[in-house]
Design a protein around this ligand. Structure first.
Ligand code: LR7
Ligand code: MN
Length: 560
């Protein structure tokens, strides 16, 4: 009896010890990653003076209603230079009120809906060297546009910025101007990249729902209620607002009417915007299914975030985490939706004003990680773009992420494509011909590096000897001569343009006559020709004749 009792207490104390040790390790972990935030008393006056000067320079009503704003003279020049340097008019931002008004640009029916969520939000903003006024405008918009009983806290995570004004001055601003609100600031000791920075914020969040935002956003009227209400109804729904464009030069908050798009992806591993699949849902302003998300602005149930695998902690820097999370959510039983009545503006910058050590391709490496874990055999399509990464040790160990996928019994990538994104074009399935398309002069069809979302000529370029993605085309079983979402379309000028596929045949319909090797466009009754086409110029349509310029050979033809 006594022995057993002893044993039990021993076991108990061991368990308590283990728990205590785990707790200490956790605290140390938090501490190691966060710098101390100490403001020295002698600095307070300095910070206060700086903020006063800054406040005195704000021009009342500038940019009100989200309208474009302009500066004159010296300031204009400084602003233009800033745009060149950091892709953002920082001079203008510094002059614009932090609490400027925005147009309530929701669909008019949104205003009639009432939401009564009981969940509360932790809004998490991460930043690296963002300018103070931009961060603060984001914070103020969240405070002013969220009902106070739904906003648990705002958590700012400084990913070890080097810029001075986001250190002590920001902290002093929070202590003085924002003391009424629950605004927390944590500073990471080392730069961790945006993925791990978000994780640090998530670790201290206490609200029921976490809402992540980039640190250069402006929340609009009624943005929070529909997000919380939807999660209350469906806890595994991960939500994005409509993301409005704040223009980097004039800070105009652009309103795109009631139309919006949802998230897709390209096989090169980039996020793209795509048309809404079920147009009817849009009419009802109900949540709209979205195959992927852009990554920066989303709401998720806090506990669900951890259950479904938070983030891949080994992802560094920038990029990839958005598609990783999108695929994972869908494949592991959750949903991703756009909430049409929630709108948040985001400053779109033409380039990133920061670098990563050694200019590491963090997007490529992170995407290679997610391809191996989530895309099954379809990863072959991504690795066509990044062959050097497929078996490269730089991508690191994947054991934990693969274990997670098993543990959660997640579905296959094929299930995702079939059920969530059925319109996604798979270049090497259901094709008639596939590969490089070359003529007798060893010239190949080439997209001339056409970038996403643009229209351009279907070009001609000397054939590469290696697998070059710009020369990889599919003649689909539907008769489209295409690359991803772009189809070759004959125009009335008898040119051929690469433009968005519409799947209605017409000018985008091609037939390949394998006997004389011509690519025939029935709607113009003409053939694709390179006659008289100079290097890298667009191809033309011409009367069909038996000439070398109209004979095309595909790498791979599939007659079945
Ligand atoms: O090292 C860094 N540490 C950081 O904390 C680098 C950046 N950051 C911060 C940065 O200050 C910003 O607040 O991370 C946030 C995002 O960085 P951006 O604004 O440079 O990224 P982005 O807007 O160009 O990129 C989009 O894709 C990224 C992929 O990793 C992230 O998911 C971004 O959050 C995401 N932004 C959006 O989805 C906004 C809508 C854009 C669209 C489409
Ligand atoms: Mn951003």
């Amino acid at each position: 009896m006594k022995v057993r009792f002893m044993k039990r207490t021993r076991i108990k104390s061991v368990i308590i010890l283990i728990i205590l040790a785990a707790f200490v390790i956790y605290l140390k972990f938090l501490h190691d990653n966060q710098a101390n935030k100490i403001i020295y008393p002698q600095d307070i006056q300095v910070f206060e003076d700086k903020i006063r000067i800054y406040e005195s320079r704000i021009i009342p009503n500038l940019g009100n209603n989200g309208e474009p704003a302009f500066l004159d003279g010296d300031d204009k020049e400084k602003g233009d230079n800033a745009v060149k340097l950091v892709a953002l008019n920082t001079v203008l931002s510094d002059r614009m009120p932090l609490n400027r008004s925005l147009q309530d640009n929701r669909h008019k029916k949104c205003k009639d809906f009432t939401y009564n969520p009981t969940l509360k939000a932790s809004v998490i903003l991460i930043f690296y060297n963002e300018i103070l006024s931009v961060i603060l405008r984001t914070v103020w918009s969240v405070i002013l546009k969220s009902p106070s009983h739904l906003l648990k806290e705002i958590i700012l995570v400084d990913d070890s910025s080097t810029a001075e004004d986001v250190k002590g001055i920001l902290e002093h601003y929070i202590n003085t101007r924002l003391s009424k609100y629950d605004v927390k600031l944590i500073r990471l000791k080392h730069r961790m990249g945006l993925i791990r920075a978000r994780l640090q914020g998530a670790r201290i969040a206490t609200g029921n729902v976490m809402v992540f935002l980039d640190a250069h956003c402006e929340a609009n009227e009624g943005w929070l209620e529909p997000l919380l209400a939807r999660i209350e109804q469906e806890r595994t729904a991960v939500l994005v607002p409509i993301i409005d464009v704040i223009e980097a030069n004039t800070l105009a908050y652009a309103t795109n009417g009631d139309s919006f798009e949802v998230g897709g992806f390209s096989w090169s591993g980039h996020f793209t915007w795509i048309k809404i699949q079920d147009e009817e849902a849009k009419e009802h302003l109900a949540p709209v299914k979205s195959p992927t998300m852009a990554g920066g602005l989303f709401a998720i149930d806090r506990e669900y975030f951890w259950e479904v695998g938070s983030y891949d902690e080994q992802m560094d820097g920038w990029g990839g985490e958005n598609l990783e999370m999108s695929f994972r959510i869908w494949q592991c039983g959750g949903r991703l939706e756009t909430i049409p009545c929630s709108r948040v503006g985001h400053i779109f910058r033409a380039f990133h004003p920061y670098h990563f050590p050694d200019n590491k391709d963090t997007h490529g490496i992170n995407t290679a990680r997610l391809a191996h874990v989530w895309m099954d055999d379809y990863k072959r399509l991504f690795f066509l773009y990044q062959p050097a990464l497929e078996h490269n040790p730089v991508i690191g160990d994947l054991t934990h992420r693969k274990q997670l996928r098993n543990k959660l019994h997640c579905k296959s990538f094929k299930w995702y494509l079939d059920n969530v994104y059925p319109e996604k074009f798979i270049p090497d399935e259901n094709y008639f011909a596939y590969g490089q398309i070359r003529n007798k002069y060893n010239m190949c069809l080439d997209d001339l590096q056409l970038s996403d979302g643009k229209v351009g000529p279907l070009g001609l370029y000397p054939c590469h000897n290696f697998m070059a993605m710009s020369q990889l085309f599919t003649l689909s079983s539907k008769g489209e001569l295409r690359k991803e979402a772009f189809c070759s379309e004959a125009t009335s000028n008898l040119n051929v343009q690469l433009t968005e596929c519409h799947s209605h045949h017409r000018e985008q319909y091609w037939l390949y006559f394998s006997r004389n090797k011509t690519l025939y466009n029935p709607s113009f009754r003409k053939c694709l020709s390179s006659e008289g086409v100079k290097d890298s110029k667009g191809l033309i349509l011409d009367f069909c004749k038996i000439i070398d310029h109209q004979q095309w050979k595909f790498t791979k033809v599939n007659y079945t």
